[in-house]
Design a protein around this ligand. Structure first.
Ligand SMILES: NC(=O)c1ccc[n+]([C@@H]2O[C@H](COP(=O)([O-])OP(=O)(O)OC[C@H]3O[C@@H](n4cnc5c(N)ncnc54)[C@H](O)[C@@H]3O)[C@@H](O)[C@H]2O)c1
Length: 275
């Protein structure tokens, strides 16, 4: 018996990184899983975003658990694509129980961070994209009236600033923080309105996670070099954690063990927000 037997899940940014990790855990514990991902380069981002090969590889891994699997190329910046993908998943899975708004980019380092496109893409993906997804799944949750769990991926930037120098006021960095702060408002309002259907809406707050978003030459060369001591420190003195650590929190928020938890942010941040 898996914790998610008979459940269906949709995950944006599911081709790799944290989204892939969440998808694999949900599938291993019995869920039918749909992964949505741009599977293409986001132009304002200097590191490679995912590819069609990443999407296909994760799809193949998911199929090994024996449940239904859908892998859909979808750019969450495009409302019509999000609505079409949600309809497809609801039709093929017969409904949705779990929705993870996880897709994201970090356009805050490298040369492109100074272009206003870095702001536009950050907000389009991590704020507009989350809103499009939550809007698209709301009618189905209301109609089924059978509960559900939505988890948005925030960041410690949902709560704290990082601008230890003016240069960090660049469009990429500001777009990231603005989007990650904005999703807290989406969480609170969707949690209020969907509570009567038994649908819970929460946010997970990771600090550093060892994915390609931060494990790349550009991040290391740009952001860390002249930071003051203690910048982005945490009370446990730990470096980036593995995606599975965030998955532990996300799957708890999706499970019946948290059935009365809604409108909450769960930080898996080694105490970053304490400082
Ligand atoms: N890695 C960290 O240190 C860290 C810390 C805090 C929060 N986060 C957040 O965690 C989430 C997952 O990131 P990750 O660490 O797994 O990085 P990642 O780059 O490995 O994964 C992000 C995924 O989102 C996809 N994506 C990007 N733009 C998209 C779009 N327009 N439409 C659909 N998919 C799109 C990418 O292709 C990629 O597969 C993001 O929201 C990120 O902001 C990451």
């Amino acid at each position: 018996m898996g914790r998610f037997d008979g459940k269906t899940a949709l995950i944006t940014g599911g081709a790799r990184g944290q989204g892939r990790s969440h998808a694999l855990r949900l599938a291993r514990e019995g869920a039918d899983v749909a992964i949505l991902d741009i599977a293409a380069q986001v132009e304002s981002v200097v590191y490679p975003t995912s590819t069609l090969e990443d999407l296909a590889a994760t799809e193949a891994e998911l199929k090994e658990f024996g449940g239904k699997v859908l892998a859909i190329q979808c750019d969450v910046r495009d409302q019509a694509q999000v609505e079409t993908a949600v309809k497809q998943v609801e039709t093929e899975f017969g409904g949705l129980d779990i929705v993870l708004a996880n897709a994201g980019v970090m356009a805050s380092y490298g040369k492109k961070k100074h272009d206003m496109a870095a702001w536009d893409d950050s907000v389009a993906i991590m704020l507009n994209g989350v809103y499009y997804l939550l809007r698209a799944v709301t009618p189905g949750f209301a109609e089924r009236n059978n509960g559900g769990a939505i988890v948005i991926t925030g960041s410690t930037s949902s709560y704290i600033g990082v601008a230890y120098k003016e240069e960090l006021l660049n469009p990429g960095q500001m777009g990231y923080g603005a989007a990650k702060s904005g999703v807290l408002s989406l969480m609170r309002n969707f949690a209020m309105a969907l509570g009567k259907y038994g649908v819970r809406v929460n946010t997970v707050i990771p600090a550093g996670v060892a994915t390609k978003m931060i494990k790349n030459e550009f991040f290391e060369a740009d952001l860390a070099d002249d930071a003051p001591g203690g910048w982005m420190a945490n009370v446990m003195n730990r470096g980036p954690v593995e995606p599975e650590e965030i998955t532990n929190a996300v799957t708890w928020l999706c499970s019946d063990e948290s059935r009365f938890v809604t409108g909450q942010s769960l930080a898996v941040d080694m105490g970053t927000l304490l400082l």
